[in-house]
Design a protein around this ligand. Structure first.
Ligand SMILES: Cc1cc2nc3c(=O)[nH]c(=O)nc-3n(C[C@H](O)[C@H](O)[C@H](O)COP(=O)(O)OP(=O)(O)OC[C@H]3O[C@@H](n4cnc5c(N)ncnc54)[C@H](O)[C@@H]3O)c2cc1C
Length: 393
């Protein structure tokens, strides 16, 4: 085990793995990534729905999507490991005049960034999505280049490619301290010892605020529990079986009822669905709150009536990592020299991990990140300059 490193990355989710990979690609291979769990990708990364979309309201997020989704499409060629990608599109359903107005502006913005997004009527949306009840829908948007990818494959691909270039990956070890001299990082302390380093990357996802506190840096990331449920068709089998044909999409189209935040997509033989809980208080508890399921089902059956007779076979919960403006934090703080953060992706981080890791590696090595990183600046909250992402699901 190394006792010194150019860079120590804390956290082995998609963000930590991406930063390690992109640093190594730039020739910075004296890197140690530390993950406290026995395996990589078991935090938010291992609990997410795998969705990727260009349909954001903030230009910086659209750019993160463009770069990241392009990398998903050629991941094996670029990174050296195969991943599963299903570009079957995202369909947003809108039921209020306010949403229609803001999505009209979003579509204009997305198109100005070169994204092909269609504006649909309720009947167009129903035609695209077998089984959908579009009652009350007054508009919809569809981007065929959005879709679903494999979070574990992406994380492991980045991690293995980084390792093959010399990055050290340590699992089952927790960072317990960040050592400073004159507000400058000089090392990290872990449950296995100490590593001397002048640069630390906080890639601890929902736990990013705790890592910040170890260095005396305020990292405003709040954990918020979100549930995912898996539904099997009545009588078992697959939603593709003859008996259920037309009751649900055959492909992996992601459908989002924007007003309620209810969403679903096909997941193997079953259907994956989820919804935000407005009553959820911030916290680290990821116990499944089964008494929330009836609330979700009430909304769900109105949009996908076949779910009324479906059996929920299993469920899990994970943590969104929310920032006050729902934009991520990527970069160095002015408070402590050598302390970098890549966290706070507010529920849409998996899909942005390729570009975010590339940007942070550029910033650490003093390269031009080639896009405006001001919306991600770690110190932006102190200046109360908040104009963030509205399309949080
Ligand atoms: C239910 C759900 C659905 C989601 N759906 C989507 C989606 O469809 N599309 C999308 O793009 N995003 C989605 N997300 C969000 C996405 O999962 C996250 O934005 C992303 O995984 C964040 O990655 P991360 O690497 O920052 O965090 P994590 O994956 O949480 O990684 C952080 C790691 O840091 C480790 N760690 C923490 N403290 C320490 C320490 N002291 N020492 C060592 N290690 C430490 C943790 O063990 C953890 O493994 C979803 C999230 C949830 C919960």
């Amino acid at each position: 085990m190394k006792t010194t490193a150019d860079v120590v990355v804390i956290g082995g989710g998609c963000m930590g793995a991406s930063v390690a990979y992109h640093l190594a690609r730039l020739g910075v291979t004296d890197v140690t990534l530390i993950e406290r769990e026995p395996q990589l990708g078991t935090g938010s990364t291992g609990r997410n729905a795998g969705g990727f979309r260009h349909q954001f309201s903030h230009p910086a997020n659209i750019e993160l999507s463009k770069e990241s989704i392009a990398l998903f499409a050629r991941f094996e060629e670029a990174v050296g490991f195969p991943i599963d990608v299903w570009p079957d599109g995202y369909l947003f359903l809108l039921s209020s005049d306010a949403s229609v107005a803001s999505f009209r502006a979003n579509v204009d913005l997305q198109r100005s960034h070169g994204i092909a997004v269609d504006w649909l009527t309720a009947s167009d949306a129903a035609a695209l999505c077998p089984g959908l009840d579009a009652t009350g829908v007054i508009g919809a948007t569809f981007c065929a280049a959005d879709g679903i990818a494999d979070p574990n494959g992406v994380t492991m691909g980045f991690a293995r490619a980084a390792q093959s270039r010399g990055v050290e990956i340590r699992r089952g070890e927790e960072v317990t301290g960040i050592d400073l001299v004159d507000d400058r990082v000089i090392g990290v302390t872990t449950t296995a010892g100490r590593i001397a380093t002048s640069r630390v990357v906080n890639a601890a996802g929902p736990w990013a605020a705790q890592i910040g506190r170890l260095a005396g840096v305020d990292v405003p990331v709040t954990p918020e529990r979100r549930h995912i449920f898996i539904a099997q068709p009545p009588g078992g089998g697959s939603w593709d079986d003859e008996a259920h044909r037309g009751a649900a999409p055959a492909n992996r189209l992601m459908v989002i009822d924007f007003e309620s935040t209810f969403y679903f997509h096909r997941e193997g033989a079953g259907l994956l669905f989820g919804m935000g809980d407005p009553d959820e208080a911030p916290g680290f508890d990821i116990t499944v709150k089964w008494d929330f399921l009836p609330t979700v089902i009430d909304v769900a059956v109105k949009r996908l009536p076949a779910l009324a007779d479906a059996a929920v076979s299993h469920a899990w919960a994970g943590l969104y990592e929310m920032t006050p403006d729902h934009n991520p934090i990527i970069g160095a703080t002015s408070v402590v020299q050598g302390f970098y953060t890549i966290a706070g992706f507010s529920g849409h981080g998996f899909q942005h991990s390729p570009a975010a890791g590339r940007i942070l590696a550029d910033l650490i090595t003093g390269q031009d990140p080639t896009l405006d990183v001001a919306p991600f600046a770690p110190d932006r909250f102190a200046a109360a300059r908040v104009s963030g992402e509205l399309n949080v699901v």
